[in-house]
Design a protein around this ligand. Structure first.
Ligand code: HEM
Length: 455
């Protein structure tokens, strides 16, 4: 009987036929056919899909956020996703931003308007702008710790509030009015919650306490713009002034609403994510007493008001990298395909839901030895780490996190200032386990700690 088998000759290699992505194997954490991954993700957000990758490789199907999605994982997938920009539809994926702000929100723009706005906003994140404010950011940290009653606080909320106070310094050179940091921290969490709510998000948008917080924040940001318009130039360049003055000459004026929304985005973008990098950094540093002593020794000559480079502090740098690896704030990323494409022998249709597991490679044994262990020294012993397309914390490609340069300054600055000048006692014992609550957070909430000044 004749078969379809084709024998390749030296001159021709035969590609296996491309199969529809709907034929990909299905993975559910509890092994049930068609079972959803959401509950397991909420309890173990960074590891839940690792078993799927071990079983099925880079591509498999999952049920997540109330829909079936194609999971893409690993180094090759990261490279593919981050270098093929036009296959992703940001308009659908990030609709919760547009719906709560406007279609001038950065990740809602496409083509030239996107590139123009991105270029303009990037001007605010140059080291020369950011590093000019580390002294005032240090002041904000000390002020917030020193006014805690008995030094006792819930670590998560505290880190969120301090990050916002630091942002106020570098973004607009201000100290926020009493309570505004908390309002912003909570409002951002509420805004992000909408991403996985399906149609119920429309009810959520109308929730009065949520609307009230946004009204209060926008009114305050508007008052900063008015004040600046009246008083002229700020004392030195900050993110707001750098972004506004980078406006291209042939570009129409940025509207007041757009500026308020952009400020709001920048104020809050790091409050959820950078704050958790800091919380984890403190938790691990104070739990690993040997590393704590090594860090403190490295910080002997640390001057909180003269931090202009991480280079003299390799252990501090390695701590930040290790925390970004071990507890990436955003472990998975929802995408929608803007066009059909082939990857890994499968055809993905237009309009498909893709769950990009962009940080899964952080936990692959073939890349990192003992990947689940906190061991910052790995980044000192092997300066080649992380390999290309492995580190997904800030995503990659054209939409790579705009705030990454700042997110590489605030956590080490915060960590160094606390380690050098304070002890942190755990009143709630951390299990080092995670949960997902708009970000990869410690499982314990509240996680109560007490700061005391070192003598
Ligand atoms: C550790 C802290 C942070 C993490 C883990 C983080 C993570 C991310 C991720 C995963 C994205 C999505 C990229 C994509 O669409 O592929 C993103 C985008 C973005 N982030 Fe961050 N981020 C952090 C801090 C910040 C900070 C401090 C700011 C600003 C002050 C910021 C501003 C932005 C903006 C504006 C975008 C949209 C970029 C665009 O669409 O062009 N982020 N971030």
């Amino acid at each position: 009987m004749q078969t379809d088998k084709v024998t390749p000759t030296d001159a021709e290699t035969v590609e296996p036929p491309v199969r529809p992505a709907s034929e990909l194997p299905f993975f559910s954490p509890d092994g049930s056919p068609g079972g959803a991954s959401d509950a397991a993700f909420a309890k173990d957000p960074t590891h839940v899909f690792l078993e799927g990758h071990r079983k099925h490789g880079a591509l498999f199907r999952v049920k997540f956020a109330e829909r079936e999605q194609y999971a893409m994982a690993g180094v090759e997938a990261n490279h593919f996703v981050w270098t093929n920009h036009d296959i992703w539809d940001y308009y659908s994926t990030n609709r919760h931003f547009r719906e709560q702000f406007t279609d001038r929100y950065l990740n809602q723009l496409v083509g030239k308007p996107y590139l123009q706005k991105r270029r303009r906003m990037m001007q605010g994140f140059r080291p020369s702008v950011l590093m000019g404010h580390t002294d005032r950011m240090s002041e904000a940290i000390f002020r917030e710790v020193d006014r805690l009653p008995d030094g006792v606080v819930d670590l998560r909320l505290f880190c969120m509030r301090v990050i916002i106070a630091m942002m106020a310094r570098v973004l607009v050179q201000k100290d926020l009015p009493e309570g505004m940091d908390r309002t912003m921290a909570l409002s951002n969490r509420e805004m992000l919650k909408a991403s996985n709510m399906g149609w119920k998000r429309w009810l959520w948008y109308q929730y009065p306490p949520k609307l009230w917080k946004r009204h209060k924040i926008f009114k305050y940001l508007g008052s900063i713009l008015d004040e600046r318009a009246q008083s002229g130039d700020p004392e030195k360049e900050d993110i707001l002034s750098a972004v506004v003055s980078a406006q291209e000459k042939d570009h129409p004026n940025i509207s007041r609403t757009e500026l308020i929304h952009d400020l709001s985005q920048l104020f809050m973008a790091g409050s959820t994510t950078s704050s958790m990098i800091i919380a984890w950094s403190l938790i691990h540093s104070f739990t690993d007493t040997v590393w704590l002593e090594e860090l403190r020794t490295e910080l002997t000559d640390w001057d909180p008001y003269k931090f202009d480079s991480i280079d003299p502090y390799p252990k501090l740098r390695a701590t930040t990298l290790e925390i970004e690896r071990l507890h990436p704030g955003v472990p998975v990323f929802n995408r929608v395909t803007a066009e059909a494409f082939d990857f890994g022998g499968f055809r993905f249709p237009k309009g498909a839901d893709v769950l990009h597991l962009h940080t899964l490679a952080h936990f692959m044994e073939e890349i990192y030895e003992d990947p689940d262990v906190f061991r910052p020294a790995r980044f000192i012993e092997n300066p080649e780490l992380p390999p290309k397309d492995v580190h997904g914390t800030f995503s990659g490609g054209r939409h790579k996190c705009l705030g990454a340069p700042l997110a590489r300054i605030q956590p080490p600055l915060f960590t160094a200032n606390i380690l050098k000048y304070y002890d942190m006692e755990f009143l709630t014992q951390p299990s080092l386990k995670e949960k997902y609550d708009a970000v990869v957070a410690p499982a314990e909430e509240p996680l109560m700690v007490r700061f005391t000044k070192r003598v």
